[in-house]
Design a protein around this ligand. Structure first.
Ligand code: FE2
Ligand code: FE2
Length: 243
C-alpha cells in the first residue's frame, strides 16, 4: 500500500503537482504533471490519454488545482498516445487560442494527427524558455530515446527534470515515490523498450550536467533520492532486449 492516495493530486515540489493515475489493469501509471507558477500561469506536462477512464481523472485533478484558462502551455515530450492524445480535449477546456504547445519540430509533425489545433512553439536542444514570472524552463533533446524528436524539460527554479519515458517503469502497485526496488523496475521497462545504448548514453551525459533534485518520469515513480545512481544505471543496461 502506498502512503499516498492515488485519487488525489500530489505536490512533488513547491507548485509542481503529480496529476496522474495508476492503471492497475495495464500495470502502468501515467504521470501528467502541472506547474502552477508564482503568477498563476499553468504549464501542463505530457497531459496523457484521451480514454474516458484516464482523461476524467487527470481533468478532475487539474481542475481542482487551477482554472483551465490559466493553463498557457502544454509541453509534449514526444507524440505517443499515452503521453498526449488528450491534447484536443484540454484545448477545448482551455480554449484553443489561449494555449500553446511546446515541442520539437519532429514531434510537432505528429500532434495534428490527434486533432490538435493549438499554436506550436518549436524548441531546440538547450533552449531556455522564460515564463511571464521570469522562471526559466530548459529543454534538452534526447534523440531516439525513444523517438527521434524526444526531449526532456528541466525546471531551473525547483530543479525538477521531467524525463518523459526515461526512468519509466511498469508497476502493478502504484507508488508516488521510488523505493529501493525502483532501479530494477526502470531496467525492466528500459531494456526491452529502448533499442540501443548510444542514444541513452548521450541523454544521460546531458542529464549529468544539470543540478537535478527530482526526476519526474511519465510512468512509474518520482525519484527524489540517489539521483546519480539512477542516471549512472543507464550506462550499464542491456538495451534492445527483444532482439
Ligand atoms: Fe513513449
Ligand atoms: Fe510513455
Amino acid at each position: 500500500m502506498s502512503e499516498y492516495d492515488e485519487n488525489k493530486s500530489h505536490e512533488i515540489a513547491p507548485g509542481i503537482y503529480w496529476v496522474g493515475f495508476a492503471d492497475k489493469n495495464a500495470g502502468f501509471s501515467n504521470n501528467p504533471y502541472l506547474i502552477i507558477d508564482s503568477d498563476g500561469t499553468g504549464i501542463l506536462i505530457d497531459p496523457g490519454s484521451r480514454a474516458d477512464e484516464h482523461f476524467n481523472i487527470v481533468k478532475r485533478k487539474v481542475g481542482e488545482l487551477i482554472s483551465f484558462e490559466q493553463i498557457k502551455y502544454i509541453i509534449v515530450h514526444h507524440q505517443d498516445p499515452d503521453l498526449c492524445a488528450s491534447i484536443p480535449l484540454f484545448e477545448e477546456l482551455i480554449g484553443v487560442d489561449n494555449v500553446k504547445i511546446i515541442t520539437t519540430l519532429r514531434t510537432s509533425l505528429f500532434i495534428p494527427y490527434y486533432g490538435s489545433k493549438a499554436e506550436i512553439i518549436i524548441i531546440e536542444d538547450g533552449d531556455e524558455f522564460e515564463l511571464p514570472s521570469g522562471r526559466i524552463l530548459k529543454f534538452i533533446t534526447t534523440p531516439y530515446v525513444h523517438f527521434a524528436g524526444s526531449f526532456v524539460t528541466f525546471d531551473t527554479k525547483e530543479q525538477v527534470l521531467f524525463s518523459s519515458d526515461i526512468f519509466a517503469a511498469f508497476s502493478f502497485e502504484w507508488k508516488l515515490y521510488a523505493d529501493e526496488n525502483y532501479v530494477q523496475a526502470v531496467k525492466a521497462f528500459t531494456e526491452p523498450y529502448i533499442g540501443c545504448k548510444e542514444p541513452v548514453v548521450s541523454a544521460a551525459k546531458k542529464m549529468l550536467t544539470l543540478p537535478i533534485k527530482i526526476i519526474a518520469p511519465q510512468h512509474g515513480s518520482v525519484i527524489k533520492e540517489d539521483l546519480e545512481k539512477y542516471i549512472n544505471a543507464l550506462f550499464e543496461m542491456e538495451y534492445g532486449a527483444w532482439l
